[in-house]
Design a protein around this ligand. Structure first.
Ligand code: M6R
Length: 364
C-alpha cells in the first residue's frame, strides 16, 4: 500500500518525520534529557576503537557517524565497506568494538564481516531495521532503527533512521566519556527532539526540488560536493541519483575539487553543493566560486544565512531550515533524496524497482 503516493520511495521519504520521531522517542528518556540504550548497558569508556562496517547507503551512514563519534566522543573510528573488510583480514585489537549497519540485516558481505569479528572484537553491535534478521541475531546488542518496512530499493527512511540512532549512540558515548559539556549535550538533545518538525519543513520545499530536478534530468554527469559531515551525504546523494535516474553522479569532498575533478567542470556539468552555514561554509563557497569561474552550474542547498551569503552567481538554490550543524546530514538527506526522486520521474525510470538492483543483496 503506497498510502496515496505514486511510489513506495515517495511514501517512505514522506514518512520520515514520523519514523524519526519514533526512533528518537525510543532512545531518549521520557523527559528527553538523556539517551537510554535498550538492553545491556554499553560502557563506551572501555572502547579503544570502534570499527564500523556496512555496504551502500548504510556505509555512508557509518562514514557520517565517524565524524560524530570522533568529534563528540573523541573515539577513534575506522569505517570500511564490508566486501573489502572481510577479505583484508584486518587485525582486530583489544578494546575494539565492531558495529555493523544494515537495513535488511541480511547483506551477505556485512554478515561475513560480522562473523569475521566474532571472537575477535570485544563486542559485536549492530544497527538494523529488520529486528529478526541474521545480523541482529548474531550481534551482542542489536539497536533497532524502527523505520518500519522499507520497500523502495533506494534506501531513504532507513538511512535517516540509521543516522539518528548512530547519533544517539555517539551522544551516549560522549556523555559516558565526559567529552561533551552538559550544556552542549542538553542542547543537542533539544535539537534532536525538534528534528522531525524540521524534516517536515524540508519536505515542504519539494516543489523547488522537483523544479531543480527537471533541469538536472538533462545532464549526463552530475557532481556532488560537501565538506565535513556533509561529505558522506554528498556520496549518498550521488548514489541515490545513480541508482534511480541512471545519470552518472560522483561525489567529492569539496576540498578535493582542485586535486582532479575540477577538470570535468564545464557548462554541461551541474554541481550540487550541500552546504549549510556551518564553520566550514566559507571554504565551500570558495570551492563553489572555482566551479562558477569555469562556467559550472551550481545548485546550492543551504539555509537562509548560507543563501544570503553564497547564492550570488549560482544556477539554482534550495533553502533548508537552519539546524544545529551536528544534525545537518539528517535534514539535508531530504533534498538529496527528493532531487534523485524527481530526476528519475523526469526521466521516466522505474523508481521503486531500478534496473539491475535488488533490495537485499544476499549473495556477494
Ligand atoms: O540492507 P543493507 O542496509 O545491508 O543494504 C546495503 C546496501 O545494499 C543498500 O544500502 C543499497 O546501497 C541501497 N540500494 C541504497 O539505496
Amino acid at each position: 500500500d503506497k498510502g496515496g503516493h505514486k511510489h513506495f520511495m515517495a511514501k517512505e521519504i514522506a514518512e520520515q518525520p514520523t519514523v524519526l520521531g519514533e526512533a528518537i522517542r525510543h532512545y531518549l528518556t521520557t523527559d528527553g534529557t538523556d539517551v537510554s540504550l535498550p538492553g545491556e548497558e554499553l560502557d563506551f569508556t572501555k572502547i579503544n576503537r570502534l570499527t564500523m562496517v556496512a555496504c551502500g547507503t548504510a556505509y555512508y551512514a557509518c562514514l557520517t557517524a565517524k565524524y560524530w563519534f570522533e568529534q563528540l566522543a573523541q573515539m577513534p573510528v575506522e569505517v570500511d565497506v564490508a566486501s573489502e573488510f572481510r577479505y583484508r583480514e584486518p587485525p582486530v585489537t583489544d578494546g575494539t568494538v565492531a558495529l555493523f549497519v544494515s537495513q535488511s540485516g541480511e547483506t551477505a558481505d556485512t554478515l561475513a564481516a560480522l562473523r569475521y569479528c566474532d571472537g575477535k572484537a570485544d563486542k559485536i553491535l549492530s544497527v538494523v531495521n529488520v529486528a529478526e534478521s541474521s545480523i541482529a541475531r548474531e550481534s551482542d546488542i542489536a539497536f533497532p532503527i524502527l523505520a518500519g518496512t522499507e520497500i523502495g530499493v533506494a534506501s531513504t527512511k532507513a538511512f535517516t533512521c540509521q543516522l539518528t540512532v548512530l547519533l544517539m549512540l555517539a551522544l551516549k558515548a560522549a556523555k559516558q566519556r565526559g567529552t561533551l559539556e552538559d550544556e552542549r549535550f542538553a542542547d543537542l538533545l533539544k535539537s534532536l527532539n525538534a528534528l522531525p518538525g524540521l524534516v517536515n519543513v524540508a519536505l515542504d520545499a519539494e516543489p523547488q526540488m522537483a523544479a531543480a530536478a527537471r533541469k538536472l534530468a538533462e545532464a549526463r554527469d552530475i557532481l556532488f560536493l560537501g565538506r565535513g559531515v556533509m561529505f558522506p551525504l554528498a556520496l549518498e546523494g550521488a548514489l541515490k541519483l545513480k541508482e534511480i535516474s541512471y545519470i552518472h553522479a560522483e561525489a567529492y569532498a569539496s576540498g578535493e575539487l582542485k586535486h582532479g575533478p575540477i577538470a570535468l567542470i564545464d557548462k554541461h556539468v551541474p554541481v550540487v553543493v550541500l552546504a549549510p552555514k556551518d564553520a566550514l561554509f566559507d571554504k565551500t563557497v570558495s570551492n563553489m566560486q572555482e566551479v562558477m569561474a569555469r562556467a559550472g552550474k551550481v545548485l546550492l542547498v543551504s539555509d537562509h544565512a548560507g543563501l544570503d551569503e553564497g547564492a550570488e552567481g549560482t544556477w539554482q538554490t534550495i533553502q533548508m531550515p537552519a539546524v544545529d550543524p551536528v544534525l545537518t546530514p539528517i535534514l539535508y538527506a531530504v533534498p538529496a533524496q527528493l532531487l534523485a526522486y524527481h530526476t528519475a520521474i523526469a526521466k521516466g525510470t522505474d523508481v521503486d524497482q531500478p534496473r539491475n538492483l535488488a533490495k537485499s543483496v544476499t549473495v556477494e
